[in-house]
Design a protein around this ligand. Structure first.
Ligand SMILES: Nc1ncnc2c1ncn2[C@@H]1O[C@H](COP(=O)(O)OP(=O)(O)OP(=O)(O)O)[C@@H](O)[C@H]1O
Length: 343
């Protein structure tokens, strides 16, 4: 399950305003990727372009042998069914209860009987922990529950790709932590390709396999989580550490005099903080697409700072991983490597 999405030289403009240009990246099948960037850099526009709701001025979005921007309407409609989208506010119909909201795509896009619809809706509601809330109206439940209802609705057509537009917006840190765990668990369960737009640095550091950063109308960097978390590129370092010092200013970029003033004060991008441990599925399994902790750093000769890969429970994942993978009898893309050596 899960398909690869290959984006090549994508450019989006509204009139004379260029939102971003020449964006190229590959979302690997079944992996979780996060897209970051200052407000207004066009992250939502990117999601809408991927799913074919907006047409780019140039470039390709390949899913298998289909190039979305070039598809005729009927094939585009078919291809869109591969996508599930969780919109910022859940985009639920206020007058419908949760059951009918979640059933909506099934009733709209399939010829399934009401018995089948019921079975699927209840199954997806259980996946997101909402069983028992079928009769509630969106206005009667918390923001976190609305997100989960939106997620259940995004799941009903068994998507191969799920796009999340700021799933954490409006949630407190604890609810965000629960939602992040749900996202990781869902990925382990269904294996679809996930792309998450977020402003939450903790989410970016702990959830994905890959991270991308949009800034100044271009994709500054996209790659494995460990590559960005250890990067010395000033914009990446500033953003992933939520710092004021660096090229990103109050309204997008700082001017030369501001940067010179910072340099005179001896500002530097700061020491590399420990690389966070990646969130594991809560049932104790390894996701098939998960990379072994430290594998990118080791392959690229980077020594992680002390305290890296230690999770909230104090477990050191460099030490735990080989035992863990062996006990699961699981093989992952690079789990077989000499994990823990040379770090
Ligand atoms: N349909 C549209 N027509 C014209 N301009 C648009 C349209 N949609 C978005 N924009 C512009 O594109 C730019 C990027 O918007 P977008 O919402 O994608 O940013 P974002 O990175 O998701 O921001 P935030 O993090 O604040 O949600 C903004 O300047 C916005 O005004």
């Amino acid at each position: 399950m899960g398909v690869e999405i290959r984006v090549e030289g994508l450019t989006k403009r509204f009139g004379r305003q260029t939102i971003w240009e020449d964006v190229s990246l590959t979302l690997p099948a079944g992996e979780i990727s996060v897209l970051l960037g200052p407000s207004g850099t066009g992250k939502s526009v990117f999601l809408k372009t991927l799913v074919g709701l907006l047409k780019p001025e140039r470039g390709n979005v390949w899913i298998g042998d289909r190039n979305l921007p070039q598809l005729p309407e009927d094939l585009l409609y078919e291809t869109r069914k591969l996508f599930g989208v969780l919109f910022q506010d859940g985009a639920l119909f206020g007058s419908m209860n949760l059951f009918d909201n979640i059933a909506f795509p099934l009733r709209e896009h399939t010829k399934k009987s009401e018995t089948e619809v019921r079975k699927i809706v209840l199954e997806k509601m259980e996946m997101v922990g909402l069983l028992g809330a079928e009769g509630k109206l969106p206005g009667e439940i918390s923001g976190g529950m609305r997100k989960r209802a939106g997620l259940a609705r995004a799941l009903v057509l068994n998507p191969e790709i799920i796009l999340f537009d700021e799933p954490d917006s409006g949630l407190d840190p604890v609810r965000t932590a629960y939602l992040n765990q749900l996202i990781v668990d869902l990925n382990a369960q269904i294996g679809a390709t996930f792309l998450i737009v977020t402003h939450d640095i903790n989410t970016a550091r702990t959830v994905p396999d890959n991270i991308g950063l949009l800034f100044r109308r271009e994709l500054i960097m996209f790659g494995q989580r460990e590559m960005l978390l250890s990067s010395e590129e000033p914009v990446v370092r500033q953003f992933l550490n939520a710092r004021r010092v660096g090229p990103i200013g109050m309204s997008e970029e700082k001017d030369v005099s501001e940067l010179e003033a910072e340099a005179k004060l001896g500002s530097d991008p700061g020491k590399l903080p420990p690389i966070a441990a990646q969130l594991m599925p809560s049932d104790g399994r390894v996701r098939p697409t998960q990379h072994a902790p430290g594998s990118w750093l080791r392959a690229n000769g980077v020594t992680p700072p002390p305290g890296s890969f230690i999770d909230d429970l104090g477990r050191d994942w460099i030490q735990e991983w080989p035992r863990y993978v062996a006990s699961m009898g699981t093989t992952t893309a690079d789990a077989a490597g000499p994990v823990g050596k040379g770090l």
